[in-house]
Design a binder for this molecule. Sequence first.
Ligand code: F6R
Ligand code: MG
Ligand code: MG
Length: 368
Amino acid sequence: MGEKITLSVIKADVGGYVGHSDVHPALLHKAEERLKEAKANGLLIDFCRSKVGDDIALIMTHKHGVDSVDIHRFAWETFEKVTEVAKEYGQYAAGQDLLSDAFSGNVKGMGPGVAEMEIEERVSEPVLVFLADKTEPGAWNYALYKIFADPFNTAGLVIDPSMHGGFDFEVHDLFEKRKIIFSCPDEIYDLLVFIGAPSRFVIKHIFRRSDNEIGAVTSTQRLSLIAGKYVGKDDPVMVVRAQSGLPAVGEVLEPFSFPYTVAGWMRGSHHGPLMPVSLKEDTPSRFDGPPRVVCHGFQLKDGRLIGPRDMFRDPSFDKSRQMALEAADYMRRHGPFEPHRLPLEDMEYTTMPAIMEKVKSRFKVGVD
Ligand code: F6R
Ligand code: MG
Ligand code: MG
């Protein structure tokens, strides 16, 4: 076992190129410049500047622990500086995810998405960093259940003695701001009642039951719940540790062989397939989608991020991509009808209150 290091992934959409589809290289350049400075002055051990769709992700290792004011301030100020470039280049919705004018100690609740874990680095430490665009934090629920609780996905749950004891799932209720732990496999039926409603109940952390070792962390920010109105989709991130008593890399990737349905897509108001793509195919275009996920593989060594490897750049995910395209066609043909369009309460955009107000007097009440 090595020293404790923290892996922080902080992401934000601070301007799209073109519309909400991509990030202009000038913005990425500014983010990279800031990260290099932070590594040079010792704040960070290492970094990987990444992106998915219109979101920039700062993947960072350091020794300051989770919720570090210094790290969060650095990320916030980086996104502010990148926003200046976005404004200079007339990028779309510049500064979109910076919901506050001033930093107050932690970027949580201020717009950017955050997933962090402090770990004692193992002799060899494979980690997978997933970034998704055009969807919501609950989008990871299905995959995390498969990875850490479903023996049909993860053979190790059955045949690896160090995983056989199962995992604890920490679930957050985003509406009531409370959390609960379900111990699996004993409580999988109870867990599923909640995480099957991913717009409200989101898996935040997963721990191995035998020793409480952390296996996964996700971002749980919902911008609309923070801002009280539509301000862009949340586009979540997730970090999963793999191997040696945790799910193997291939077990972590396996759920994405099925492009399961998530909420998001156009105007954050439609269901669509979550398509696994390579880092070069991360730009949602058709109907602002379909929602997509990229995965970076790293080996950590003394906090250095050795990588990334582009984990979905593999023909074994072609079929999932093909299935996603077919599902996208099928869903699109529903146009403005549910279940393609989200139910009224989950839509990020709606004209319903205004139209209801306009036609209210024409409703005849007391109809059987
Ligand atoms: C979805 C998303 C886009 C926008 C859409 C309309 O998360 O970001 O689908 O909602 O392009 O954008 P506005 O309202 O900015 O014209
Ligand atoms: Mg955007
Ligand atoms: Mg986005």
